[in-house]
Structures are given as C-alpha cells and as structure tokens.
Design a protein around this ligand. Structure first.
Ligand code: FAD
Length: 432
C-alpha cells in the first residue's frame, strides 16, 4: 500500500463515515500514524440521500472527499480500498489493494440494508443506503413516468405511477413526503398529458405508529402531515413479498407497483475475521465494552452503527444514528491518546440531543430532550441542523441555495436521468 513504517503506533480505521471521520479529526495532531480505508473516496451524508433520490439535491452536495477532510493532518494516509478480511492473530487487514498491519484497529463500517432474507424484495425492490442507490432510485422514478406515458394499459400505467415505501421510520416518512410534493407540484407540469392524480404514494409500517423511535405526539403529527399531502399511511401491515409487480402483505391488502422502496431495516456491515457468533449481537452488530473495545480484544475497537454497546440506559445498544457514531468517534479518539499515554480510558456516555424528521415544506417534527415541537419552526430547526452537520462550506452553501430555490420556485430541478436504471417490471401479460 506504500505506507511508510513509522516510529508512531499505527491505527487503522475502516470506514470514513460519521464515526470514522470524527475519530480521525480527534487524532489529527497526535503522535500516531493513521491509515483510513474506505471503499469510497467520499463521505456520504446519509440523512439527505432521500433528497438525491427525489431530485431535490445533486449527489455532490451531500458527499465530501475524504482526502480533503484529512488535508494538513500529518501522518495520515487514506487508501481507497475494500477490506475483505481481518486477521486478528497477526494483526493485519486484507484488502483489494494489499494487506497491511496494525497496532490498533477501529471498525467503523456502518450498516447496510437488511432485507431479512427476503430474496424477492432484495432482487426487485430498491434500497437507499448509498449515493449510487439513490441515483438508481431517482432514475427509476423518472423512467417509470416516461414509461407510463407510453402505455395504454391502464393497469400497468397505474402500477408505474404507484409507490410503495416500506418502513415508517424517518427515511420512509421523509421519502413519502418528498414524493407527495413531487406529485402535487411537479408532475402535473412535467407530464400534462398524463393523469398524474392517479399516482399513489403508500407508506407501509409494520407497527401501530410511524416514527416509532420518536414521541407519540411526533408520530401522530407526522401522520397527519403525510395525510394532508395525500400519502396513504398503512399501519400494522408487514410486507411479506414482492415479485416486481405485486406487493403482498401479512393482511389481505396488496399493492400493484413498479417501485417498492425498502426502508424497513438495517444490519451492521461485518468483516470476516471478526464475525464469530460470540461477538455478534442483534442486527450483526459487534459487541463492545464501554471503551469501544470489541469483546475479547484490547487492540480492536468498533464505533457507530456496527458497534453494540449495552448500557443501562441503552440495553440494546445506541440508536443507529449519526450522533452516537460521532460521539463514539470523538470519545475513542481521546481514549486512544490516553491509552498511549498509559492513562485510564474514559467510559463512553451518550448524550442524546434529540431526533427529528421532516415531512415536507413547512412540516417537520422535532423531539428535543426537554421540548417537543412540530410544524414550521420545527422545519427550520431541521434545516439548520442538517446544514450545520454537512461537511464542507461549499456543500452547505449549495444545499442552502438549492433549498431556498426549491422553496421559492416549488421545484426540484435535479430530476435528471443521468444513468438510466431499469428494474424488471412484470406486466400483467408477462405474468401469464
Ligand atoms: C437514508 C438514511 C437516512 C438517515 N437519516 C438519518 C438522520 O436523519 N439522522 C441520523 O442521525 N441518522 C440518520 N441515518 C443514519 C446514519 O446515517 C448512520 O447511523 C451513520 O451514517 C452511521 O455512521 P457510521 O460511521 O457508523 O457508518 P457510515 O456513516 O455508514 O460509514 C461507514 C463507512 O464504512 C465504509 N465501509 C463499509 N464497509 C467497508 C469495507 N469492507 N471496506 C472499506 N470501507 C467500508 C463505507 O463506505 C462508509 O463510508 C440515516 C441513514 C440512512 C441510510
């Protein structure tokens, strides 16, 4: 990998996400050699992926070059590499560009979509966890409308204009709201010769309320906002299968759609070598202690979505969200320095700063530790927080300008089919 030997201990970080970057920043001026490995050369701001999928933002405005984050950090090395295997016995990691040894290893690989073993949904449905996936979804949505114009089969046309979003967490809610706004504000103008009023946006949630991780008041308000936007919210329904045309559920309800978007679960991204059964908790997360050390190892740490730290306040681990990942990255950075200075490490304590979700224009719900609010002010708070946490001045500026423009013009101009994407849609004829 062409990384020089150094007298400083070598810390390898796998993953330049929220956790990995926060950790790297903490180590920037310390006497350590840091090697950051990621399969992408950019950091993804996942909370705004849905805006890329729905043409509100260009992908470059929510991605940031990892090399730029590390600019000016002495003893830092970034390598664009996919890690395949961890060899704990000889303390090396194996990647597609070679093998490298570590003194300390930090696994910050995040999570991926969990289809819970349902092959039909995995094959025919759409996930939205990465920028390429969001671009695929954007293309698919737009291509479906182009296709709907061409067919005179009403049944097929409806299916091409129907959307089923599975999972009523923040991702599902935000996506449903954005699609509803497109239906209302953009489709009638873009497709005047298509009866876009027939387009249906269905949000399907397995439990009895959407946004189950937020307060009841936030759930109810978000549901009301979605209904105002014309979204059909289905609760207590589990999607069981999808064949590319028909969505079957745990009830008698089924849907005909060319677009099923799966936002109903994630699981940790594990790397072979550290995936022994005794280390894994629910959702494939790695069991770590209060100092982020993976069970059984003093020199291997895990942070963020991939780590499960069970505490009294969080017996099932911290939420798989950006805040815990960042706070863990910062805490681990301090602890690694303390470890090298022969000082005792500090146990991690998560400070919950609250959660929020937006449903659309002027509509958001915010739960802070001491206060909960919804509506226009919540929407401004949501925008401010997202701008604040985006990495890079240019990204913040571009996103801000886009949002102002979209707000004033009721528009989303990134509705471009740059790289066509087609999922196989099974027509009624092809089914026979
Ligand atoms: C659509 C969506 C919306 C979300 N909205 C919110 C929100 O509103 N608020 C919130 O707090 N959280 C939100 N989240 C969750 C939040 O993004 C994650 O909790 C957070 O990204 C976790 O950070 P992390 O550092 O653990 O992993 P990530 O940020 O996912 O980073 C993991 C990194 O590891 C790299 N990697 C993985 N495996 C390998 C490998 N084998 N080799 C090399 N590199 C590898 C990946 O390329 C990636 O860069 C959302 C997530 C999604 C998908």
């Amino acid at each position: 990998m062409n990384i020089p030997q150094s007298s400083f201990p070598r810390i390898i970080i796998i993953g330049g996400g929220f956790g990995g970057i926060a950790l790297a920043k903490k180590l920037s001026k310390k006497e350590v050699q840091v090697v950051l490995l990621d399969r992408h050369n950019y950091h993804t701001f996942q909370p705004l992926l849905y805006q890329v999928s729905t043409g509100g933002l260009e992908p470059d405005s929510i991605a940031y070059p990892i090399r730029k984050v590390l600019q000016g950090y002495p003893n830092f090395y970034f390598r664009l590499a996919e890690v395949f295997q961890i060899h704990t016995e000889d303390r090396t990691v194996e990647t597609n560009i070679g093998t490298i040894g570590y003194d300390y290893l930090v696994v910050a690989t995040g999570s991926e979509t969990n289809f819970f073993g349902n092959k039909g949904i995995e094959e025919k449905g759409m996930a939205m966890k990465t920028i390429p996936q969001s671009l695929n979804l954007r293309s698919l949505i737009l291509e479906n409308f182009e296709q709907a114009l061409l067919t005179d089969d009403l049944h097929q046309r409806d299916a091409l204009m129907n959307f089923v979003i599975v999972g009523g967490g923040p991702t599902g809610v935000e996506l449903a709201g954005a699609l509803a706004e497109i239906k209302k504000g953009i489709l009638p103008k873009d497709y005047p010769d298509l009866d876009t009023r027939r387009a249906q946006i269905n949000l399907v949630q397995g439990s009895d309320r959407i946004l189950p991780a937020m307060s009841e008041v936030a759930s109810h308000k978000a549901e009301r906002f979605l209904e105002q936007l014309g979204v059909n919210v289905w609760k207590d329904i589990r999607v069981t299968d999808y064949d590319g045309q028909r969505v079957t559920t745990s009830t008698n309800t089924s849907f005909e759609t060319a677009t099923l978007i799966w936002a109903a679960g994630v699981q940790a991204v594990n790397i072979p070598g550290l995936n022994g059964k005794e280390l894994l908790c629910r959702g494939n997360r790695l069991k770590v202690n209060r100092y982020h050390q993976v069970e059984g190892f003093e020199e291997i740490f895990a942070i963020g979505d991939v780590a499960q730290m069970e505490t009294e306040a969080f017996p099932n681990g911290h939420p798989m969200m950006a805040q815990p990942a960042m706070q863990q990255g910062r805490n681990l950075g301090e602890n690694l320095v303390r470890l090298l200075d022969d000082k005792p490490m500090k146990p991690f304590v998560y400070r919950d700063k609250g959660s929020m979700a937006t449903v659309g224009r002027n509509k958001a719900v915010v739960d802070l530790p001491k206060i909960k609010f919804q509506g226009v002010f919540a929407w401004f708070v949501w925008m401010f927080v997202h701008l604040y946490f985006l990495i890079g001045f240019r990204n913040r500026l571009v996103v801000f300008i886009n949002w102002v423009y979209n707000y004033v013009r009721f528009d989303r101009e990134a509705r471009l089919i740059i790289r066509p994407f087609k999922k196989q849609y099974r027509t009624s004829k092809s089914r026979n």
